[in-house]
Design a protein around this ligand. Structure first.
Ligand code: SF4
Length: 424
């Protein structure tokens, strides 16, 4: 199903996609713990890794002063590397201590890392063993957040994929599942819109609480709220659910098309959909107008990092009037991006994968107004006088939906304003 507002140019008319397989500059999947622990409020994330992993999670998430922390790292010491059996026992001890001390934990994730993968510590088996031992209270699951050949948003994908087998079987009533961690306020806004449309059975994966995860079955239609969930989408389809194809709910247009796609799937009268969406869509467009002027004509370059690049580029080009110099993505999942690719300006230069030095050369030659990239590239580019935006901030911030459209545009406009001040 294609949902473009106007007939797109055939994708064949686009410049050839640059495909690179060189050195990359990306974070690892442990980063996902930062937003996942905020979203699932009774979950705990136990990283099984090194001191480096502990530092990464701690510095990315900050120190929680007023609440009991909901993430920690079980450090693999050098002496642990001597024998596997000891490591299993040690992990069991750590988990037992944690569960005894923290009855508030309802869902415990053992999160694998590069070191645990290198020594081939089987966390899936450990999770299954501990899950059984504790009688599934809490539920204990495992996933990998390792940085070996992955990008940082794949941590969420792996986490949600691990949840899929635990979802209850849904009954015969058709239900809608929104997939991808969104901010609580975004969930509330989407719920109100779906209720106004008459779609009653709506679940969110992940839910705010372990006990509220949605059920799944052949009558479940799911729609992705995040574009980086390829493995989760496959796992949901294997359980009989079907995916609703749509652009992602970023910006007024993206949100409208996303909700329209769900409404069409549920047989909602298009006139009703149009009337429910008219006011929030108009408000979003109006609030965007003030920021649009700051972005119109600005030349923007995306380095591949979060897998949000293509939907955000579409938003910047179509709703903010920006010019896309290059849109890099770590992977191009054509089926998950079908509706987005149809909306991109046909001359957009896409790149998949990364050879960081070559891409930096292309970026420097183009002198874009704004570069969206990982933290590692931001400082050197800023030092060269190029404004940057950290792509990771776009995953941390509530950016989905009508009411966040102007905030999303502002995230791109702010670094331009800051650089303009520095230039004075
Ligand atoms: Fe570093 Fe790997 Fe640990 Fe991530 S998982 S912090 S990349 S060692």
């Amino acid at each position: 199903m294609s949902l473009c507002a106007t007939a797109p140019e055939p994708i064949a008319a686009s410049p050839a996609i640059i495909r690179e397989r060189g050195q990359r500059e990306v974070f690892c999947g442990l980063t996902g713990i930062v937003w996942l622990h905020r979203r699932i409020q009774d979950a705990f994330f136990l990283v099984v890794g090194s001191r480096t992993c502990a530092h990464l999670v701690q510095s990315a998430a900050g120190v929680m002063i007023f609440a009991e922390p909901r993430f920690a790292t079980a450090i693999i010491e050098e002496r642990d590397l001597a024998g596997r059996a000891d490591l299993d026992d040690e992990l069991d001890r750590v988990v037992t201590r944690l569960i005894e001390r923290r009855p508030d934990i309802k869902l415990l994730f053992l999160v694998g890392s590069c070191p645990s993968e290198v020594i081939k510590l089987d966390l899936n088996r450990a999770a299954a063993r501990l899950d059984e031992r504790f009688g599934r209270l809490p539920r204990i699951l495992a996933y990998s957040g390792s940085g070996i050949e992955t990008t940082f948003t794949e941590g969420e994908d792996a986490c949600l994929e691990a949840l899929v087998p635990t979802l209850a079987n849904a009954g015969p009533t058709a239900s809608l599942m929104v997939v991808g961690a969104v901010a609580d306020i975004v969930e509330d806004q989407f719920r109100r819109l779906f209720a106004a449309l008459g779609i009653e059975q709506v679940g969110f994966l992940p839910a705010r609480r372990a006990g509220a995860m949605p059920a799944i079955g052949p009558n479940t239609k799911f729609i992705l709220a995040q574009p980086f969930l390829a493995a989760t989408a496959r796992a949901l389809q294997e359980r009989g659910a079907s995916r609703i194809t749509a652009p992602y709910p970023f910006g007024a247009e993206g949100t409208r098309l996303w909700i329209e796609a769900a409404a069409t799937t549920f047989g909602i009268d298009p006139a009703r959909t149009a009337s429910v969406l008219a006011l929030p869509a108009r408000r979003a467009t109006e609030s965007l107008a003030a920021v649009r002027a700051k972005l119109t004509g600005r030349r923007i370059f995306f380095f591949p990092d979060s897998q949000l690049e293509i939907p955000l580029a579409r938003f910047l080009a179509r709703e903010c009037g920006a010019e896309l110099v290059e849109v890099g993505t770590p992977f191009l999942h054509r089926d998950l991006m079908e509706a987005e690719l149809a909306l991109l300006p046909h001359a957009t230069q896409l790149s998949e994968g990364q050879d960081v030095e070559r891409q930096l050369d292309r970026c420097r030659a183009e002198r874009p107004d704004l570069v969206i990239c990982g933290l590692g590239l931001a400082n050197p580019l800023e030092a060269e006088g190029i404004a940057t935006k950290w792509s990771i901030e776009l995953v941390f911030s509530p950016i989905h939906g009508f009411e966040q459209a102007a905030d999303l545009a502002n995230l791109f406009a702010r670094p331009l304003a800051r650089r303009a001040l520095l230039a004075v």
